[in-house]
Design a protein around this ligand. Sequence first.
Ligand SMILES: NC(=O)C1=CN([C@@H]2O[C@H](COP(=O)(O)OP(=O)(O)OC[C@H]3O[C@@H](n4cnc5c(N)ncnc54)[C@H](O)[C@@H]3O)[C@@H](O)[C@H]2O)[C@H](O)CC1
Ligand SMILES: [K+]
Length: 454
Amino acid sequence: MQNIFDEVGSLDRKCYEEFALSEDLLMEHAADGMADFIKSNYALGATVLVVCGGGNNGADGLALARILHKDYDVKLFMAKEAKSEMAKLQLLRAQKVDVSFVDQLFNAEIIVDAVLGTGFNGELSSELLQMLETLNNYKAVKIACDIPSGYKFNADYTLTMGGLKKSLFEDKVKDIVGEITVLDLGVAREIYETDSKIKLLDESDLQLPNRKKQNTHKGSYGHLAVVSGEKTGASVMSAQAAFRFGTALVTLLSNENIHAPYEIMQSHQLPQSASAIALGMGLGVEFSQSELERFVSNGHPLLLDADIFYHPLLSTLLGKKKVVITPHPKEFCEVLRECKIAEISVEELQQSRFEYAQLFSKHFPDVTLVLKGANVIISQGEQMFINPYGSNVLAKGGSGDVLAGLIAGLLAQGYAPLDAAISGSLAHTLLAKSYKGADFSLTPIDLIDGICKL
Ligand SMILES: NC(=O)C1=CN([C@@H]2O[C@H](COP(=O)(O)OP(=O)(O)OC[C@H]3O[C@@H](n4cnc5c(N)ncnc54)[C@H](O)[C@@H]3O)[C@@H](O)[C@H]2O)[C@H](O)CC1
Ligand SMILES: [K+]
């Protein structure tokens, strides 16, 4: 896991006040880090166009140009006049070593966007937009200094200074930021950073339900009850995913017989040994409110998905202990509306996913939210985790049912809700990532079949 920050200015100030470092020194390390990245990946002599703004993002670019000059065929383009003290100083330094300046953009082999960084606010002028569009149309390798300017520069790589910024993980910039690398600024990251309540997950955070002891029996690995409503396919796929993910017993709760694999049991009643319940997938209106209330009356951990977000029972269920909900954006808007937290459109949600996830968790601190998206947000109380492995291959009917089964299966095996959400979500996205077929061809069964290879 890595820390993610709302802002890093306070971390810079800590370097000045506690470590007697200076803005100039941090900047030098920032520029050096970018130079090292270029030197490790691109042959000496390549043409490099560094496009600079007037603030310290531009200053980073000027320092980079000075460092690369002579080893690379570097050209500097000043999109704005140097304004900040550091930008003026770095400009002077670049001039003193004779770095060449150009007044026309051109298709260099490498283009570095050092126009706007964390100082960007408001809107981009049409002139700047036009310039960034021109750069985007070049074939060059595109590197963003700190953050892509105004999130309109389509970076292949974002070399971000000091620590990860939350804005880099908004869904709306997923196709903009490219591969993100953090550059150290003169001290190790663990010295530079403080702890953060927002964490970036990585593959090593997946805790598989591996079996350790031999002296066990099938009762040791949980019993998941999946409430199966009108659209039985959804609940059957959830049940199969849970079974594949280590849950020893899985029962479909239904009033009639369902066509399901033999290993999945069926019942009209909640099994005595049930250790978790999954509710919502394909629910429809098959069960009465009192039947549903009976199912959930034992305090079992609950996984809520899909139709239940539109059900009058929702706010009662959200008040229970050990609840994980897995809405996609549209369903989450319904949850926010139903719980009288916010009345927003999906577009408004997608513009401010972190804020609305935090708002929900403030109202329901015990509920674990898994907000689906290109970057999955997992939120519980004050803690937030980003799963960056979401991919478009999952944009298919049924993949949400598989996710629900993965998480519910871990709940049934005794995982705490947050751990079940994190590992279920990581397993889900890694299954999609390891899918070998064409990206448009993935089916939920491919995901389920891939579980044994995790
Ligand atoms: N630890 C770190 O993150 C470090 C970061 N460094 C670099 O410093 C920049 C932030 O510098 P700052 O001067 O605060 O802001 P910018 O250079 O990003 O931009 C300010 C500049 O841009 C103008 N501006 C703002 N909004 C707009 C707009 N919508 N349209 C046009 N112009 C705009 C504003 O007027 C200013 O002139 C950070 O990103 C890093 O690159 C340090 O180098 C090292 C430590
Ligand atoms: K930039």
